[in-house]
Design a protein around this ligand. Structure first.
Ligand SMILES: [Zn+2]
Length: 649
């Protein structure tokens, strides 16, 4: 490739294949399993009542605080110890048992106590396990008991936890452990009320081998010595899906006064350089939406098997190394996770049907941060790319899954993780901004964050607040109307939605046309200063099928098969599969074996299985790759390939 961008990126190619992402969705772009939720309805439709993804009974008895004391065993691949829950009954006369969520936990014993009195044994029963929800843990408590201690251990196959061998890390010397609790995996390592409608504070003592460092989504001391025993406190109430743990050979690099990055030593300098604008982003977001309320904002760069782009664990975003491109072109992922400090972590979806409240707001705020820090041109390009992915998805996604307020009853919440909550949610907010004006809309969003701070809310709470504070006052003054019901409860995109555009992309499309029509050879295209975004748009502008010799011309001129930018490489590999461009296959295998980010895995494997030859290739690659993937990614790819573990397929 001739551009500075690409050359830089190529120099960054490391053995762990670092790539990244601009649209940074923790999610994938593909339709999930089809089901038939209720027909979409307008306002006044049921809010699907209680959280269908939890056995717990917080309306009777609620967990307020968690004290964890866990031993991390890399040999056994378990966490073992106790969880002590402080609980509060809705009514003092109520004697309902405490019902918790668990999955694959081994419960040794349970005790209960009142105040500072000694713990006494309590009886408990584990329900029959459900494939999605796990098993309920029902604990009989004396009516006055307010503390419950569960002694337990996690399973080596706990869905939230990935135990990496040294070979699977950047440094190759120490094993590594990390958790991913969203959406309903916290229950695979902690017995609790695993619903985002319940917020709790927590404290933890984590015991590890002495040469490793533990970090949590809590107050971390950047200067803590490695002692093998680490204590954490999260004093602000958070939902269970934000409880997170990582243990490994980790060092810290400061980025700004309140910001820094943890990474393996081999990655630390590169990560600090890539993320050097984090403090600027933080300041820009505060200017838009009010103070950052979580103390420090640090990032943790995980090994490449992390199944998501990023996870907004409070105070400590977990991030894939595939966003380290060497030129900050994919740091919108950092903006996204930072934005969650307002939308998601501060104001939280109360059930996974309300997930768009987390991700739609966050995707919108991300664009605003990018605009503030990197300018309107880049923000516009990212918005166009995001909309392209959304429109592509809408072509195939079942209509019932195209609504923002999705019905996930009886389904895995993962099925709601598509571009809909992200990109459609953001497009809705963009529509509000255009209709009511930026100043007014900004002030509305800021007051929304303030009003619902540290609360978990439903879609109906948002709609009521929106009507009261933006729509009704504007209507009274003869202002515009926005089809809110259509946005939230109907499939597709309202016809009145604004269409994002980028003049820069128009030029890219002209270049693509000139090349396609044979007017210009690839080497003569004006690509010298193209950013990652322009390259991405260029590739997406090309038709399928594209003859192999045309693919080869592009590859020879721009070295796409060697790209160090994960998003570009991913796009190119998709095109290679669609056009059966064999020279890219070694890279395809290298990529799929070394990177476990689901956003990339799902489209690539899905594309591969469309032909018998591709299916055989997919199986051959997956045999090598599967042991290195996180359980969440394994579950996804198993389903795409109809993998049966016993037979190795
Ligand atoms: Zn997000």
């Amino acid at each position: 490739m001739t551009s500075v961008d690409k050359n830089e990126a190529m120099n960054q190619l490391t053995s762990i294949l670092l790539l990244f992402s601009a649209s940074l969705l923790a999610a994938c772009n593909l339709p999930s399993k089809q089901t038939q939720p209720e027909a979409a309805k307008g306002q006044g439709s049921p809010d699907f009542s209680r959280d269908p993804h939890s056995y717990s009974n917080p309306e009777q008895i609620k967990v307020r605080h968690l004290d964890l004391d866990l031993q991390v065993s890399f040999e056994k691949k378990t966490l073992e110890g106790s969880a002590t829950l402080t609980v509060e009954r809705a009514s003092a006369s109520d004697s309902a048992p405490l019902v918790l969520d668990t999955q694959d936990l081994k419960i040794a014993r349970v005790e209960a106590a009142q105040g500072s009195a000694p713990f006494q044994p309590a009886s408990f029963t584990l329900g029959a396990p459900d494939k999605i929800l796990g098993a309920s843990l029902t604990i009989q408590l004396p009516p006055t008991a307010d503390r419950v201690r569960i002694h337990y251990s996690s399973s080596p196959t706990a869905a939230a936890l990935q135990w990496l061998t040294p070979a699977q890390t950047a440094g190759k010397t120490h094993p590594f452990l990390f958790s991913q609790s969203q959406a309903i995996y916290a229950r695979t390592w902690i017995p609790l009320q695993d619903t985002p409608s319940v917020r709790l504070t927590y404290a933890a003592t984590i015991r590890t081998p002495q040469d490793r460092r533990a970090l949590m989504s809590a107050e971390n001391d950047p200067h803590a010595q490695r002692s093998g025993e680490y204590r954490f406190k999260m004093t602000q109430p958070i939902p269970s899906y934000l409880i997170a743990l990582a243990v490994g050979d980790l060092v810290f690099k400061p980025l700004g006064e309140r910001t820094g990055v943890y990474a393996e030593p081999a990655m630390a300098a590169k990560a600090a350089k890539e993320f050097e604008d984090t403090e600027k982003m933080l300041v820009a977001t505060e200017k838009l939406y009010g103070p950052y309320r979580w103390g420090r904002y640090d990032l943790l760069v995980l090994p490449p098997s992390f199944p998501y782009g990023g996870m907004e664990n409070p105070r400590l975003t977990f991030a894939t190394p595939t966003i380290i491109a060497g030129n900050k072109s994919l740091v919108s992922l950092v903006a996204h996770e930072l934005a969650h400090s307002w939308s998601g972590n501060l104001v939280t979806n109360a059930t996974w049907s309300d997930f768009w409240l987390n991700e739609g707001f966050t995707s919108y705020v991300t664009q605003r941060i990018i605009e503030a820090v990197y300018g309107a041109e880049r923000a516009a390009m990212e918005e166009v790319l995001e909309r392209q992915e959304l429109m592509e998805l809408l072509r195939t996604l079942p209509e019932a899954d195209q609504v923002l307020h999705i019905n996930l009853t009886g389904r895995d919440p993962e099925e709601g993780v598509t571009d809909i909550p992200y990109a459609k949610g953001a497009a809705f907010l963009r529509h509000l901004e255009k209709a009511y004006g930026r100043a007014r809309c900004d002030s509305f969003v800021r007051s929304y964050f303030d009003h619902f701070a540290f609360q978990s809310i439903r879609t109906s709470d948002f709609v009521n607040y929106l009507n009261q504070h933006l729509i009704a006052p504007a209507a009274a003054a003869g202002g515009p109307s926005v089809p809110v019901d259509e946005w939230i409860y109907k499939p597709g995109i309202p016809a009145s939605a604004s269409q994002p555009s980028s003049p820069v992309f128009t030029k890219v499309e002209q270049q693509a046309q000139e090349w396609l029509s044979g007017q210009l050879p690839a080497t003569k295209l004006h690509t010298g200063k193209w950013s990652y975004h322009e390259w991405q748009h260029f590739l997406r502008s090309l038709p399928t099928p594209l003859p192999k010799e045309r693919m080869a011309q592009l590859d020879t001129s721009f070295h796409f098969s060697q790209s160090g930018n994960a998003e570009i490489l991913h796009q190119w590999l998709l095109m290679a599969i669609r056009n059966d461009y064999a020279p890219a296959y070694p890279k395809l295998e290298e990529f799929l074996v070394s990177v476990g980010r689901r956003k990339f895995l799902r489209p690539l494997y899905t594309e591969l299985v469309k032909t018998e030859g591709g299916r055989q290739r997919a199986l051959s690659i997956y045999r090598k790759a599967r042991p290195g993937y996180h359980p969440i990614a394994v579950a996804t790819v198993d389903e795409i390939l109809k993998w049966k573990e016993a037979s190795g397929n």
